[in-house]
Design a protein around this ligand. Sequence first.
Ligand code: DX5
Ligand code: ZN
Length: 285
Amino acid sequence: MAVQISPSILSADFARLADEAAAVAGVADWLHVDVMDNHFVPNLTLGLPVVESLLRHTTMPVDCHLMITDPDRWAPEYAQAGARNVTIHAEAVRAPVRTLRAIRAAGARAGLAVNPGTAVEPYEDLLSEIDMLLLMTVEPGFGGQHFLDIVLPKLRRARSLVAGHGAAIWLQVDGGVHEQTIERCAEAGADVFVAGSAVFGSDDPAGAVRALRAQAERATVHAAWHRSGLMSLGSYAERTGADAVGSACSPAGGVGSGSSRRTKSLPRMSSSAHSAPTNASPAVT
Ligand code: DX5
Ligand code: ZN
């Protein structure tokens, strides 16, 4: 699966969301929208009416991350509104099979998120119901927090779990992902990278996306999980005549991917890119 970058608008100017989306359109793969209700997490952002407005003003596929206590009630509505991916939290959902199926039935990809302290193994039986697994690499609620290295072993286990099922499930990381941490995430198994302050805290959001993609792609090429995946696809191809590399590199979900865009330059981040807390973010970790 190709590297995908999903800039989080949590670090954008909420009064200029359409302009902020335009700044990464054609460069990023997704626009990550953090919905917070001040109950599941101690922060309040935006809800369905704002997402509906944003969808009218951007052509980017919208990736909704619902940090709310009642995803069973709300998740299908985000999918019906036109979000191309809707992710719900394992810690909040009460009827995961029904809700994940409702998201898919409404035409969106279904994501399941786990907090840093939540194991993935109890959710193995849900793998057939999801298109993406989101491993939070900070405690959810705020942008600009420090990346939690303790999630990396879980990311490796999640990659093995997904590979063991032969599943085309994307592995997303979210929180503290920037130029100093993205390669560790790619090496451990992530293929979809959410970045808030690293993109919208930069003077050059599009350049930041390109630089993050280039770093992630370089790390992925050398990652053991990726190489072993290619090798098993290779032996499969020998048996069947299938195009192993082509299969391994094509995005599974068919969103307009920026993965064909390449850059060698590493634009400078602004000094605030990794340090400024965003939307009332305390540096709690
Ligand atoms: C945090 C949100 C993230 C946030 C990431 O709970 O889910 O999407 O925007 O921000 P950074 O990349 O600044 O850590
Ligand atoms: Zn998020």
